[in-house]
Write a protein that binds this ligand. Structure first.
Ligand code: ZN
Length: 190
């Protein structure tokens, strides 16, 4: 799927909103992104995740792992397309952990999948779990890289969409200067 068509899908599903938004950081932006809005639709999830699955299809992978909650849908679908096992790590006492009897074995080849990466914090935490279990990190797949290409996980990585986060201090916001009010979106994941 080409980038233009992909962006159209995010716009159609309101995953990507354009306007004038107040971010939790206090900065203003002309874009707001909520990945879950596009993943509501399994056919879009299938199409988007196929970009990640195709990228890694010739690599040795035993298991796909995601950080909960946002990454679960992505990891599950990539694992389904690659016909591999899927597990997830979830927060307990603020740290991501393997629960529910999930485990990684020494030497197991692992692909990490996430929905949106901004600083990469959750993905780095999952990578720590992979390393603690002496498993082998093969790569990282993500739907959207919002780090402007700055996050580097040190292994092959692919994102289906790269989006530059453009934000302004309230005092310097061009939309404010035009007199439109800033809207606070309903999620903290900005
Ligand atoms: Zn503004």
């Amino acid at each position: 799927m080409e980038n233009k068509k992909l962006i159209d899908v995010f716009l159609e599903t309101n995953a990507l909103l354009q306007g004038h938004f107040l971010l939790t950081s206090g900065r203003h932006s002309n874009q707001y992104f909520q990945c879950a809005k596009v993943l509501q639709y399994p056919n879009h999830t299938t199409d988007i995740c196929s970009i990640i699955a195709d990228y890694f299809k010739d690599m040795q992978i035993d298991t796909v792992i995601s950080p909960a909650i946002g990454g679960i849908v992505v990891g599950q679908e990539v694992a389904r397309q690659l016909n591999k096992k899927f597990i997830f790590a979830e927060r307990e006492d603020k740290n991501l952990k393997l629960r529910r009897g999930f485990e990684l074995k020494e030497g197991e080849n692992v692909l990490v999948c996430e929905d949106v990466v901004t600083t990469g914090g959750s993905v780095f935490e999952v990578i720590d779990i992979v390393k603690q279990n002496k498993a082998n990190l093969v790569g990282v797949g993500m739907i959207v890289d919002r780090s402007n290409g700055k996050v580097n996980f040190g292994v092959p990585q692919v994102s289906t969409l790269q989006m530059e986060v453009i934000s302004y201090l309230a005092d310097e916001c061009p939309m404010c200067k035009e007199g439109t009010p800033a809207i606070k979106p309903g999620s903290r994941k900005v």
